[in-house]
Design a protein around this ligand. Structure first.
Ligand SMILES: [Cu+2]
Length: 146
């Protein structure tokens, strides 16, 4: 695992979103997986933290027809994936979207995700006592072999 590279990239992702204004949710280590030829489904990952109880309501992108919040888990030795209506962000807790766990699944990609590209995501959040708001982020695309 190229951990040093991951740190560098996460620093980049963070600096790209650090100037966002109205809210306090931290979005770090965001990245999307480069797709294989012919593959029209993609995945994106990141680490989220909110100082107050909040919820990730939905995510959209001009690059995909729809994006779902998924959870992958092992159930009696079988890898299962299910869709979540929303993703709770308990106050102060780092919520990781990572391979094998929570992730964003992008359906019907309009173009392949290629390493080095930036994927634009619109994230809609709601804090416990507040109105929903959106945050625009740019996510680097990386090729990862597993
Ligand atoms: Cu999925």
């Amino acid at each position: 695992m190229p951990f040093r590279k991951l740190l560098l990239l996460s620093g980049l992702a963070f600096s790209l979103i650090a100037n966002a204004a109205t809210d306090t949710i931290a979005i770090t280590q965001a990245w999307a997986r480069a797709t294989a030829p012919g593959q029209d489904v993609g995945a994106a990952y990141m680490v989220l933290q909110s100082p107050v109880d909040a919820t990730l309501l939905e995510v959209s992108s001009p690059a995909a027809d729809s994006i779902e919040i998924h959870k992958m888990s092992m159930d009696h030795g079988i890898m299962k994936m299910r869709m979540l209506e929303s993703l709770p962000l308990p106050a102060g807790k780092w919520v990781k979207l990572e391979p094998g766990g929570f992730h964003l699944m992008l359906f019907d990609l309009k173009t392949p995700l290629k390493a080095g590209m930036q994927l634009s995501l619109t994230m809609k959040f709601k804090e416990k006592s507040g109105k929903p708001y959106t945050r625009q982020i740019q996510v680097p695309v990386r090729a990862v072999q597993e």
